[in-house]
Design a protein around this ligand. Sequence first.
Ligand SMILES: *Cc1c(COP(=O)(O)O)cnc(C)c1O
Length: 437
Amino acid sequence: MTGAEPTTAAPDTSRSAELYRSALGLLPGGVNSPVRAMRSIGRDPIFIASGRGAIITDVDGNDYIDWVSSWGPLILGHAHPAIITAVSDAAQRGTTFGAPTEAEVTLAAQVARRLPSVEMIRMTSSGTEATMSAIRLARAVTGREKILKFAGAYHGHVDGLLADAGSGLATQGIPASPGVPASTTKATVIAAWNDPQTVQAVTERHDLAAILLEPVPANMGVVPPEPDFLALLRRQADDHDALLIFDEVISGFRVARGGAQELYGIFPDLTIMGKIVGGGLPAAAYGGRLELMERIAPAGDVYQAGTLSGNPLAVAAALATLERLSDDAYAQLAATTEKLAVGLQDAGSGAGCAIEVQSVPGLLTVFFSARPVCDYEAAKMCDSEAYGAWCRALLARGVYPPASQFEAWFPSLAHTDAQIDRTIEVAGEAFAELEPR
Ligand SMILES: *Cc1c(COP(=O)(O)O)cnc(C)c1O
């Protein structure tokens, strides 16, 4: 070789890179769910081989402190011995029957004990399915079709909810993805989060079946409700005979023992659950008062079904998880979140970076913004380039953050003080490495 020859970057020979090259020809984008591809932080995905506690290990043997926790389900951390035992014991007895089991009744009772607004639940296999079904029920109960949702909120990939706000908020939604019929998003009306005036206008102008919300939005990053906003939504729903539906797929069993409804003292008509309620296996649920839930088949006339709904392995994992979520556990999770949030904010400010760490117990987001983020418009103004560079620097140092500015960090009960300290130290180095802007 001579110096005159063109130089090309050496191909990445890591096992992750090799797997990614194969996966690209076999799975769309190489993954089974988009955010895993890490495109929004400008790098290739990392293939994971194993996890234990708060640590995940990739296929090349690198360890990371994991702050994603499978996007929420793993509140006890990876491979918790009690979950492994519960799931393998259940598997010994059979993986699915398509018939009712005792543990489903126990789980329904546990959920009802925690969530004051829930008396009866129906289980599904994913949060998407639970949302879809809760909306069907709300439409059946009210005899209306329109749903109010908030810009930047995510409720699963339900057709009618994959809606953009179009030219202005508080208008009919337009499809946010090819393949979504305009006729389905027409029934979705979109308002800005934390915007009481628009909510009032929308509830007066449209006959709504439901107001649907994440009581602590975490899919535009964590943007808590402003004081009295949830109370206003409750009042507007009541005054206009619409149902109030809380999507607690993330906040449920996380921000408090009884979810966001307990934390804020505002109670919905229907609650959508997922993530933690599956204990790391595929399960979700929706629930509410008897008189509403008894409209679901076969008690009532609203059809909804699922081959693997209430799956014995998932139910065993859920029961083993909920059993460990005591008041002490919530105090620990809140302390972990607070320590991490304060540490990250100080590290960023110390390095002269314009960041805002927003948190509630069990969830936080590091917004690359000079001002607090109160809605989706503000979240979209964040410096995602800088966020991406910061995440790449964290990953290079063994800390695994959510690979998008619009996602939350998910502290777990497995994270130790030493892991929090290490994360803050590494975050400081990564902030310092960013280009000044
Ligand atoms: C993850 C999520 C869903 C969808 O749940 P899946 O199990 O991924 O279908 C719905 N709502 C919220 C708030 C979520 O975060």
